[in-house]
Design a protein around this ligand. Structure first.
Ligand SMILES: *[C@@H]1O[C@H](CO)[C@@H](O)[C@H](O)[C@H]1NC(C)=O
Length: 208
């Protein structure tokens, strides 16, 4: 009796153990793939020429949060507070410039650069006359830069078709979207900016 049930149980046990082994292997492979995708630690870079990380290190990594894309009475062009509202989007310090690595090498993050371009357009739209010279060249650079980044992201979200018939007072929200939580970026940039200021202060004091 025991023998018979043992004959039945044994193959089942083999199948069970086998499937557990396969599951374990796939989990280990998954973890390995995730680890391979991780950026190498900062200490592995020489920070010379192209030997630099691809992305700015956001503490905790990029997280997505539900964000309303909506019409706003803020971020106008001519209102007295408009300049400050647009400027408020710029990260603390040098407007998105960050200093990384042992030599405090200067970088700008792409999204801060894009925000800078939008800020430029707001200023130009508020200015009198048509931009020329350096301002014209800068706007051409910004237009093309935003064009390429829009194409690069190629966001294919389907939006409602009532943009121009909507009552923006009662229907402000166009859509709720999962967006990168930018607060982490602003916080990290602020901390790095403080470190840079402290470093500059120390260097100035040392050289005196
Ligand atoms: C839009 O909505 C507001 C608030 O509900 C209302 O007072 C206003 O009359 C609406 N405008 C139009 C054009 O329907």
């Amino acid at each position: 009796m025991v023998c018979t049930s043992g004959l039945v149980v044994a193959p089942l046990l083999v199948v069970f153990v086998g499937s557990q082994v396969l599951v374990t292997i796939s989990i280990v492979q998954g973890i390995r793939e995730q680890l391979q995708k991780r950026a190498p630690p900062f200490a592995t870079y020489t920070w010379i020429e192209d030997d630099v990380p691809e992305y700015f290190p956001v503490s905790g990594g990029p997280t997505l949060v539900l964000t309303s894309i909506e019409e706003s009475v803020r971020y106008g062009i001519q209102e007295p507070e408009a300049y400050y509202e647009w400027a408020y989007n710029a990260p603390v310090g040098e407007g998105g410039n960050v200093r990384l690595g042992p030599n405090h090498r200067l970088f700008v993050t792409s999204f801060a650069h894009q925000l800078h371009c939008l800020l430029t357009f707001r200023t130009l739209l508020n200015d009198e006359g048509i931009p020329d010279g350096r301002a014209l060249h800068h706007s051409e650079h910004c237009l093309s830069f935003l064009r390429q980044h829009t194409l690069c992201a190629a966001d294919t979200t389907l939006e409602p078709d009532d943009t121009f018939s909507r009552n923006f007072t009662s229907q402000r929200v166009i859509a709720d979207r999962k967006c990168v939580r930018t607060e982490s970026y602003y916080e990290t940039t602020r901390d790095m900016w403080m470190e840079w200021v402290a470093f500059k202060h120390r260097s100035t004091n040392t050289s005196l």
